[in-house]
Design a binder for this molecule. Structure first.
Ligand SMILES: Cc1ncc(COP(=O)(O)O)c(C=O)c1O
Length: 305
């Protein structure tokens, strides 16, 4: 149950119900909180956080992009994440680390630059009483009418709460049309990504994804590219017109919560889910996250109990 979870807040653990902010805090009213969501997996050496330090590197970059002074070193954040998993006796699930301006502000800028840090660890499948994160069916995707933010309007590499209004609208829109996850195009019409997922297409066994100039640098995206190249696949990061969606042999999303998520259809076009390339990547990631592939154990930060 979520209410039994402990949240790490600025250096100590507090009960779930006590981890609150003021309604007039800058991060609540202006969306300035930055965050990372990481996955936790059971491994033979104990529960492990997937690519913890890479997530923290992205967090540090998000902070730089909005000029937010992080109050703790990356080492301290690393320790806080592992301590929160241990405190909550989590063996699988997610850790969410949030940095925010908790001070009351009336202006659009945070005049008080005091940053709070919170770390939440939960098992959504168990704590929310749903199978939301476990064994999801292949995704039904559709192109949304909402476009990704143009990189000259907001820093799109910044994982800030305020950047999530457009994915929220896109996902709401395609859900209403009977699909699961949007495919978002950039403002010029090139294929970008999902709502909170990176997107990959496979054509003639070549794997393609949008370049980093258009999308968030997904940690899973980067991991899939590395694993696929090691498996001998050619992976291209390139701008793709929308028509390529309908020429693909296979497609999949990647994200922290799902890792490799096969796409069963893009609007009316049906796809094998998983297709052979996607299936190979799925299997590789199951082994990697379970700590069964020695080449990638470096990606697992094990929680000491
Ligand atoms: C916009 C966006 N793209 C892609 C992703 C996938 O990134 P990751 O693999 O790091 O979870 C996310 C994750 O939340 C996201 O918000």
């Amino acid at each position: 149950m979520l209410s039994k979870r402990k949240i790490w807040l600025n250096g100590s653990f507090v009960p779930w119900s006590k981890a609150t902010v003021h309604l007039m805090s800058h991060s609540f009213t202006r969306g300035s909180a930055i965050f990372e969501v990481m996955s936790v997996h059971p491994t033979p050496r104990g529960p492990a956080v997937f690519r913890l330090d890479d997530h923290l590197g992205r967090l540090q970059n998000s902070a730089k992009l909005i000029d937010m002074p992080l109050p703790l070193s990356l080492r301290a954040l690393h320790n806080a994440a592992l301590a929160t998993v241990a405190e909550n006796r989590l063996d699988r699930g997610i850790v969410k680390l949030i940095c925010y301006y908790g001070g009351v502000e009336f202006e659009v800028i945070p005049n008080q630059k005091t940053v709070s840090v919170a770390v939440v660890a939960a098992n959504p499948a168990r704590d929310l009483g749903t199978a939301y994160y476990a064994g999801r069916a292949p995704a039904r995707a559709a192109v949304s009418r909402w476009r990704k933010y143009h990189p000259q309007t907001v820093p799109i590499h910044c994982k800030a709460a305020g950047n999530y209004l457009s994915p929220m609208l896109a996902k709401q829109e395609v859900r209403e049309r009977g699909f699961d996850i949007p495919i978002m195009l950039d403002t010029q019409g090139f294929i970008a990504e999902g709502a909170t997922e990176s997107l990959f297409l496979v054509k003639n066994r070549r794997i393609q994804t949008a370049p980093l100039s258009l999308v968030l640098p997904g940690i899973t995206r980067r991991s899939v590219i590395e694993v696929a190249r090691r498996l001998g696949y050619t992976v291209l990061e390139k701008k793709m017109p929308r028509a390529e969606l309908f020429r693909a042999d296979e497609a999949f999303y990647t994200s922290t919560s799902q890792k490799v998520w096969p796409i069963a259809s893009i609007e009316k076009k049906k796809l094998p889910a998983p297709g052979p390339v996607t299936a190979q990547l799925l299997e590789a990631f199951q082994k990697i996250t379970a700590g069964q592939d020695p080449r990638f154990r470096k990606w697992l930060a094990v929680v000491k109990r």
